[in-house]
Design a protein around this ligand. Structure first.
Ligand SMILES: N#[N+]C[C@@H]1[C@@H](O)[C@H](O)[C@@H](O)[C@@H]2O[C@H]12
Length: 447
């Protein structure tokens, strides 16, 4: 067996998001989000699930922090619910909402765990959606005002900040593919929203710098690897276009100050090039301190005219899959990280999400989730290989601490290293929790 060992200074953590774990959706002055509306529209979420209760972490955060403390992690990524702070999206502040996050952050700090805060993890205030949502440039400024409020409130307590989680999901999955809130299917709308999200990111970074907030700031794009089916150039080009949708489209504006021409060509062909105003790209491309990378899976792809926007067809060549029916493809993790380093330079990287869906259940008080342990081992081995190839990895945060509301899949899809019984809200540490605990303690594991 091989020992996979990590630097002593590497951070180890776990990640969650507000709408997926908090519950208390109608409590203490919280306003509605687009996910409250979307999840309660019949047919949008499996089994009609919603985030009204979720893991009830709003009330159980102290228990959850003790679970983290026993786990031994030193960083915890959570998100702030914008409508819990600004119920109408702007204007009056909900003090009880702020107080909840002070309580959570204080509990983390008292237990030696560093908070990493995501400002936007998909739960846009419904009041802003009613005014056009991310399609409306006014939402960009509303986000910057919300971010400024949070920076001022938590400066000195929170020192790692993420502006936007997975802008591809917020724009294309939610407004072109349409399976996430608010559920539109319009490519031009989606590309305009992708631009406004990057603008919102940039404006929040500008406020962060202007306020001289202590700490570091970045964003957390989602990534995927597409391996060409053959060495034919048409297959290679199709895969590069497909990855460009996740990577270059959201990295080039931030790191190069312009959209990738090959992607603009694709969107322009469909009459969907984004509306860019003078000065936008300068705002978007100001320096950030780190990039968060979310990686789950990869696929094999080949050229097929009109198969999708990119003339790309995914091919199932029999990779083992998780219960989300996603390929287990750790090689792609390595390749994504090297691609980002090669194309965008030696930017510090946090793996802000990586994990596996297995719909495991408790049997005699135990959850035997060897599949998740194997997934983590394989992907951490790829991560170490990327680090040995020069990628500046600052930390790894497993998705997720808890089984939680998995968006359109509801509570059926489980990503946690801790099982949650959604009838009783009982937490049960899985075998993967104990494996991860030992790995965090040692800084190595036996492959
Ligand atoms: N699906 N899936 C699991 C996980 C989702 O639960 C997170 O909220 C997202 O940031 C990202 O999509 C990844």
């Amino acid at each position: 067996m091989a020992i996979i060992e990590f630097p002593k200074e590497m951070k180890w953590g776990a990640a969650t998001a507000a709408y997926q774990i908090e519950g208390a959706a109608l409590e203490d002055g919280r306003g509605l989000s687009i996910w409250d509306t979307f999840s309660k529209t019949p047919g949008n979420v499996l089994n009609g699930d919603n985030g009204d209760v979720a893991c009830d972490s709003y009330h159980r955060y102290k228990e959850d922090v003790q679970i983290m403390k026993e786990l031994g992690i030193n960083v915890y990524r959570f998100s702030i619910s914008w409508p819990r702070i600004f119920p109408a999206g702007t204007g009056e502040i909900n003090q009880k909402g702020l107080q909840y996050y002070h309580n959570l952050v204080d509990e983390l700090l008292e237990n030696g765990i560093e908070p990493m805060c995501t400002l936007y993890h998909w739960d846009l205030p419904q009041a802003l959606q009613d005014q056009g949502g991310w399609e409306n440039r006014k939402t960009v400024d509303a986000f910057a005002d919300y971010a400024e409020q949070i920076f001022k409130e938590f400066d000195g307590k929170i020192k790692k900040w993420i502006t936007i989680n997975e802008p591809w999901c917020v724009s294309f999955l939610s407004n072109f593919i349409g399976i996430h809130a608010p559920g539109f299917q319009n490519l031009k709308l989606a590309t305009d929203i992708s631009h406004h999200l990057l603008l919102a990111h940039g404006k929040a970074v500008a406020r962060f710098r202007d306020l001289k907030v202590e700490g570091s700031i970045g964003y957390a794009p989602n990534t995927e690897w597409l391996e060409p089916f053959s060495s034919k150039q048409e297959d290679i080009d199709a895969c590069n276009r497909g990855m460009g949708w996740f990577i270059e489209w959201f990295f080039d504006p931030v790191f190069k100050g312009q959209y990738p021409h090959f992607m603009l060509e694709v969107f322009d062909k469909h009459g969907a090039a984004p509306a860019i105003q003078a000065g936008d790209m300068e705002i978007i491309s100001q320096k950030i301190d780190f990039v968060g990378i979310n990686y789950y899976t990869g696929s094999v792809g080949r050229y097929k005219k009109d198969a999708d926007l990119f003339d790309l067809e995914k091919v199932d060549i029999g990779y083992e899959k998780t219960d989300f029916d996603w390929n287990i493809y750790p090689e792609g993790f390595y390749k994504v990280l090297l691609k980002i380093k090669d194309q965008y330079g030696d930017i510090p990287v946090y793996i802000t999400e990586n994990g596996a869906c297995y719909n495991d259940e408790v049997e005699n008080g135990r959850v035997k989730d060897q599949g998740r342990i194997d997934y983590l081992k394989q992907h951490l081995t790829s991560l170490k290989r990327a680090m040995d190839s020069g990628v500046q990895i600052k930390g790894y945060l497993a998705w997720s601490l808890l089984d939680n509301f998995e968006w359109a899949e509801g509570y059926h899809k489980r990503f946690g290293i801790v099982h949650v019984d959604f009838n009783t809200l009982k937490r049960t540490k899985k075998d993967s929790y104990y494996w991860y605990k030992q790995t965090v303690k040692n800084g190595w594991f036996d492959m």
